[in-house]
Design a protein around this ligand. Structure first.
Ligand SMILES: [Zn+2]
Ligand SMILES: [Zn+2]
Length: 316
């Protein structure tokens, strides 16, 4: 795939760092760097509720403050389009999000990721929704032993069910880092002999793919491809990927096959670096690996979101 001189899009940029001292950046600073990489469509997001409440106190204030910054950036760089977004989480297998619809509709677009083990399915009772985050399980023996008891097949079925529910949700614009959760759970919490995710059919067999991707296509929900997802041996750049991604923690050989299927179903694909600025300002708009992945997967450029009109805006 040759994108030629087409301008790119980076739809997953965090304006604050996750770790102390939680420094932030202005939209203008982000746009300036993005433009150097020929990125002319930008999506800035904060985690909801995390970053939004921490730095801005409320969604209303977040919208007011960031839209002000977007206006300033637009005056200096009129050729760049900046969208205001949020990164929320899916909590249950039946698609419950951690954000209310009226709140989500205040922003332009909604990224949703699976940051917890979805509750209400085969693995986790409903009351445990949002309680087992992929990150905080580390060093927590109670959760670790809980996870060890899980049956891998059940875990994957819960992922499939939650993913399908998400593809039916009218608020969702982009499914963020779609396979990160099963990979992280498998690699972090299961001994190597139980790593059952080898080929794409182990995650999405054809009949499930049919259901998930025909819904995604119908709804216009994009699947995100991150610059760190390409397996290390295929990379064209190993400098501008996140720390864990450098060693290939979130990459997977099945990723190319996954996006091949995404392409075959003509589901939209979005590009996102998940850069947390200012520490990762250098990573903004660095998408060479993501584009290589899509080339290997044979995704046609018409299915890649490069313009505002291609995004399913919140609640439409
Ligand atoms: Zn995320
Ligand atoms: Zn993110």
């Amino acid at each position: 795939m040759d994108l030629g001189s087409l301008a790119l899009a980076d739809l997953h940029i965090h304006m604050h760092e996750d770790d102390p001292p939680h420094r932030g950046c202005s939209v203008e600073e982000i746009v300036e760097v993005a433009l150097e990489r020929n990125v002319k469509l930008i999506g800035v997001v904060e985690h909801y509720p995390g970053g939004v409440l921490e730095y801005y106190g409320s969604i209303e204030n977040y919208c007011i403050q960031v839209r002000k910054q977007i206006k300033v950036a637009k005056e200096r760089f009129p050729e760049v389009e900046v969208l205001l977004g949020l990164e929320a989480s899916i909590l249950t297998v039946d698609g419950e999000l951690n954000i209310r619809p009226e709140e989500a509709r205040k922003v332009d677009f909604l990224l949703v990721g699976m940051h917890h083990i979805p509750a209400g399915g085969k693995c986790l009772p409903y009351e445990m929704k949002g309680r087992i985050g992929v990150g905080d399980v580390k060093g927590n023996p109670e959760y670790r032993s809980f996870l060890r008891k899980f049956n891998w097949k059940d875990l994957i079925e819960d992922w499939q069910e939650a993913t399908l529910s998400l593809m039916r949700n009218p608020l969702v614009s982009i499914y963020a880092h779609p396979v990160q959760w099963p990979l992280v759970v498998m690699r972090k919490f299961l001994p190597k002999e139980r790593w059952h995710l080898r080929k794409i059919e182990d995650l999405i067999p054809p009949h499930i793919a049919q259901e998930i991707f025909s819904n995604a296509r119908k709804a216009g929900i994009a699947w995100e491809v991150n610059n760190g997802y390409l397996p290390v041996e295929y990379r064209v750049d190993n400098k501008y990927v996140g720390a864990g991604n450098k060693r290939g923690e979130n990459s997977w050989s099945g990723m190319i096959d996954l996006f091949r299927i995404v392409g075959e179903y003509e589901v939209k694909v979005s590009l996102g670096t998940d850069a947390h600025v200012p520490m990762e300002l250098e990573r903004v708009g660095r998408l060479a690996n993501a584009i290589e992945l899509l080339r290997l997967a044979g995704v046609s450029k018409e299915n890649i979101i490069l313009k505002r009109e291609q995004i399913r805006l919140c609640g439409t």
